[in-house]
Design a protein around this ligand. Structure first.
Ligand SMILES: Nc1ncnc2c1ncn2[C@@H]1O[C@H](COP(=O)(O)OP(=O)(O)O)[C@@H](O)[C@H]1O
Ligand SMILES: [Mg+2]
Length: 587
């Protein structure tokens, strides 16, 4: 049985994961090690060739050797070149491959985390982990693995040499080594700490860049360019200071190691010289011993640098695994029920919901029959969006339960649940792809005809025809040319093409003018037929067709009924109605 690395307390499970990741490339790694050995071997051989070159060629004037040795030198250097190339190529292969797999793993994991995670973490910070932090790990893997293999081999070889020559003096020279480990460890710890702060500062900077570029319109509108420049300069200054702190910790290890090496060598000269003078050793033995000791301290010094790189890599590992070890708070049931496609009843059974400590929905009881259209109205901030967010499990209820055809949605498979739902969210979000692909996002298998039909039904077809490449125009190329209403209509087309039994429209037509709203409304009304629909509407004039209207105030359903009933009641709905009616009156 080997050592169980997990039993060593300073090695955390995340480091084991990293080692596993490195071990996956064991074949490439062993090839690289062979190359390393070739490099080390040819170095020794080229040094060894000096002896016959001197003795046979120059002293004995051997003509055969005069031909052989240059040929041997050429072969040795050719092999050495191959070894260096192979080692560099293969080690980079391992490093780059680890980066690729770590990035995939991070992205995979982040995509599966719940929406609340994305609300907590800043986009730029997450991007920085996938781009920047992962890179630091590459540097660690390739240089630390290569360096430690090469230096450990050299140290082992030279140690054998000095112990076979003068064992007692070798023992004394080795006393200095444990002393050398103390600064290595202490400085390494410091490097790790500062390195983590650097990564945090870089993440903070990239999140700042993301925000101020994405929101540049607001920066300009409020004349805040100078303010943002100053804030950015502060961030680069902080990063500069941290980087320099890291450099100080990293570079300090070299002079300390040099000095300790010097102490060791001075001691060997003093004590060994004394033994030579007293006649215990010959001068030759002592000189070769001393040469080996000098050579030995060199890889030891390099190991201290490697430790710094290792600590930097471990700091990045920590940040990456902080994310990978994060659990989604929306969990898939162990034996999930697969919801079949078809009309569904949606039931809220005494549902309450809170974001952290703010109660947003209180004791919601609601039974929506399949095919029914329910409109949710009320002042903004009342909790309408939060209520419909519970249906696709963007968030889980805090208490009570939400049932689809009597099945608690927490027991249903998440993907089958979301398959049942088409949603037009309050913010129209499109991706930088063609208009066609943005619509086909709702159903990747949709044919061109279906895409066109969806665009027509959402009254988006006409304005899309005005784009340079029509349906094949990239959203980005339109450079913000799309109006809010146009974006909303593409979003509606995307939801239409999904053709799902449950439809959620969260202020889907709020950015449309009255005329196009009337048109899109018609298309939506056609679409709602036979589907269980939740419509959140801003303008009460657009919900005349609803089977039932719910008035949501402060997280509660305060009124429920048809338009005429609610108006007659002269309660909350009547108040909203009068406000909008009044507004129309003024016009
Ligand atoms: N991610 C969130 N974290 C914390 N509070 C939130 C979050 N989203 C919404 N809220 C709060 O929940 C309440 C209801 O919001 P919302 O459901 O968006 O209302 P509506 O859609 O009716 O305008 C508001 O007070 C809002 O501030
Ligand atoms: Mg809302």
């Amino acid at each position: 049985m080997g050592i169980n690395i997990q039993s060593l307390s300073f090695i955390k499970p995340r480091h084991v994961e990293l080692i596993k990741l490195i071990k996956e490339s064991w074949f490439t790694l062993s090839l690289a090690t062979v190359c390393l050995l070739i490099v080390a071997g040819t170095t020794a051989v080229s040094a060894y060739l000096i002896k016959p070159a001197l003795d046979d060629v120059f002293i004995n004037k051997d003509a055969r050797m005069l031909k052989l040795i240059p040929v041997a030198v050429i072969i040795v250097y050719f092999l050495r070149g191959l070894g260096i190339y192979g080692q560099e190529y293969l080690m980079s292969h391992v490093g780059q491959n680890i980066i690729r797999r770590l990035r995939n793993r991070l992205y995979n994991h982040i995509q599966d985390l719940s929406l609340s995670f994305f609300h907590k973490e800043k986009t730029g910070t997450l991007m920085s982990r996938i781009t920047n932090d992962v890179n630091t790990i590459k540097a660690m893997v390739s240089s630390v693995v290569t360096g430690s293999v090469r230096d450990c081999f050299t140290i082992a070889g030279l140690t054998i040499v000095i112990f076979t020559q003068i064992w007692d003096l070798a023992l004394l020279a080795f006393i200095i080594l444990p002393v050398a480990f103390y600064p290595i460890v202490a400085l390494g710890r410091k490097v790790r700490k500062v390195s983590r702060k650097c990564l945090e500062a870089i993440a903070d900077m990239s999140s700042f860049l993301h925000e101020t570029f994405a929101g540049n319109k607001i920066v300009k509108a409020f004349g805040m360019e100078a303010y943002e420049k100053k804030r950015f300069f502060d961030k680069t200054l902080l990063l500069f200071k941290l980087e320099m702190k890291e450099v100080r910790a990293k570079s300090l290890s070299s002079p300390i190691m040099e000095f300790l090496g010097g102490l060791g060598i001075a001691f060997v000269i003093w004590y060994g010289g004394y033994r030579v003078i007293s006649g215990t050793y010959t001068t030759g033995t002592f000189v070769s011993f001393l040469a080996a000791v000098v050579m030995l301290y060199d890889p030891v010094k390099k190991l201290s640098k490697l430790n710094n790189q290792l600590q930097q890599g471990l700091a990045a590992t920590d940040r990456i695994f902080d994310i990978i070890e994060r659990q989604s708070d929306i969990k898939e049931d162990e034996n999930p029920v697969i919801l079949s496609r078809g009309p569904h009843n949606v039931t809220f059974d005494n549902v309450s919901f809170r974001y952290k400590d703010v109660m947003v929905l209180k004791n919601i009881n609601l039974d929506v029959k399949s095919g029914e259209i329910v409109a949710l109205v009320g002042m903004s901030g009342g909790g309408k969006t939060s209520l419909v967010n519970l249906i696709p499990r963007f968030y889980d209820v805090s208490s009570g339960s939400l049932l689809i055809d009597g099945i608690d949605i927490r027991k249903a498979s998440i993907s089958s649940l979301r398959d049942q739902i088409a949603i037009v969210t309050q913010e129209p979000i499109l991706f930088n792809d063609t208009v066609r692909n943005n619509i086909a996002y709702g159903n990747l298998k949709a044919s061109d005809d279906e895409i066109e039909m969806a665009a027509k039904a959402a009254y988006a077809y006409d304005f899309i025809q005005g784009f340079p490449d029509r349906l094949d125009t990239m959203i980005g190329e339109l450079g913000g040319r799309l109006s809010g209403g146009e974006k909303q209509r593409i979003c509606i087309a995307r939801a239409l093409i999904k053709n799902a039994p449950i439809l959620i429209l969260d202020e889907a037509t709020s950015s449309l003018d009255t005329e196009s709203e009337r048109l899109v409304q018609k298309a939506l009304e056609n679409l709602m037929k036979g589907r269980t629909t939740f419509v959140i509407a801003h303008r009460l004039s657009t919900i005349g067709y609803a089977n039932r209207i719910l008035v949501i105030v402060d997280g509660r359903i305060v009124e429920e009924g048809k338009h005429e009933e609610l108006v007659a009641k002269e309660g909350e709905y009547y108040k909203l109605y009068k406000m909008q009616f009044g507004a129309i009156d003024i016009k």
